[in-house]
Design a protein around this ligand. Structure first.
Ligand code: SF4
Length: 296
């Protein structure tokens, strides 16, 4: 695997509980990475010599602002390009947004993604994202608005745009009602992730290394992250090898689960099959947080 992007799910905590959130971020989620853990991961990533980007995301990384800044600073010192994803809850006005973002500009943050859409709610949210974008542009931070549904009018013309909604995580529970459906056996490939040679992985505060949210290949607090990446072979992974061979439908077929219904997309089927298989594969389909179970 030639890993290029390390995405730190720095915290599962968020001030919101968005219906489309892949990781079930919530105010009641506790887990957050420490500075020591971030430092260890960065050293492990450095050993690989292939990682270019380190992202801080969540949850909402600005909730642990000082630790985020220190972590970004460490990553920048090690010559990684650094990026941050946030919901811009902190951008209460443009002047204050400038103060929040000035340290990020000084650290050389090379990409800032600010999420906004109707699932995030009202006009106030859109106003905050607008404040954040304007402040970032003023400070010279490359910035994009990231939305998974219609962009609020207020944000029209700003950089970024609407991405595709994927029905996994909380979206598989909260948003599928209104989606059109197809038969389970039509989903014969994973449309979004390169599962043979992943270019990016997410690492969460519990140490789990995810090739897709809730689909893990090891634990970086228990084993060396660089070794997990170097030794990755999709054909040795009981879930991923099937996803590569025939998508979520192959997984459903092999284990005889989730074949009775129609699904909104490949991720919806994949998520529901994985949910049904968690007891059988606790090592690979984890943690509880990624499947909507908190504080256990
Ligand atoms: S949920 Fe399954 S189908 Fe969707 S991106 Fe992840 S691995 Fe691929």
């Amino acid at each position: 695997m030639k890993l290029e992007g390390l995405h730190l799910l720095f915290t599962y905590r968020c001030i919101m509980e968005c219906d489309h959130c892949f990781v079930w971020g919530s105010p009641s989620s506790e887990e957050t990475m420490t500075l020591k853990q971030i430092g260890e991961l960065l050293h492990e990533a450095e050993k690989l010599s292939t990682v270019e980007w380190v992202w801080f995301e969540g949850g909402e990384p600005f909730l642990y602002y000082q630790i985020m800044l220190k972590g970004l600073s460490k990553a920048a010192d090690m010559a990684f390009k650094i990026g941050v994803l946030s919901n811009a809850y902190w951008a209460t006005c443009r002047e204050d947004a400038l103060e929040w973002l000035r340290p990020l500009a000084e650290l050389g943050v090379a990409s800032l993604g600010l999420s906004s859409d109707s699932y995030h709610g009202d006009d106030v949210e859109a106003e905050r994202v607008k404040n954040g974008v304007e402040a970032a542009l003023k400070l010279g931070i490359p910035v994009d608005v990231m939305a998974t549904s219609k962009l609020p009018e207020k944000l029209a013309g700003l950089p970024g745009g609407v991405g595709e909604l994927m029905y996994r995580g909380r979206a598989a529970e909260k948003l599928v009602e209104e989606a059109s459906r197809k038969a389970w056996n039509e989903f014969r490939e994973c449309p979004y992730e390169d599962l043979v040679n992943p270019k990016r992985v997410h690492v969460d505060p519990l140490g789990y290394v995810h090739v897709c949210q809730g689909l893990t290949i090891g634990n970086a607090w228990q084993n060396s992250f660089s070794e997990i990446i170097r030794s990755y072979d999709h054909s040795n992974h009981p879930i991923i090898q099937l996803l590569v061979e025939g998508g979520p439908a192959a997984l459903a077929e092999k284990f005889g689960v989730s074949q009775q219904e129609e699904y909104a997309d490949a991720c919806h089927l994949c998520y529901m099959v994985r949910l049904a298989l968690r007891e059988q594969f606790p090592e690979w389909l984890t943690p509880d947080q990624m499947y909507g179970i908190q504080n256990t």
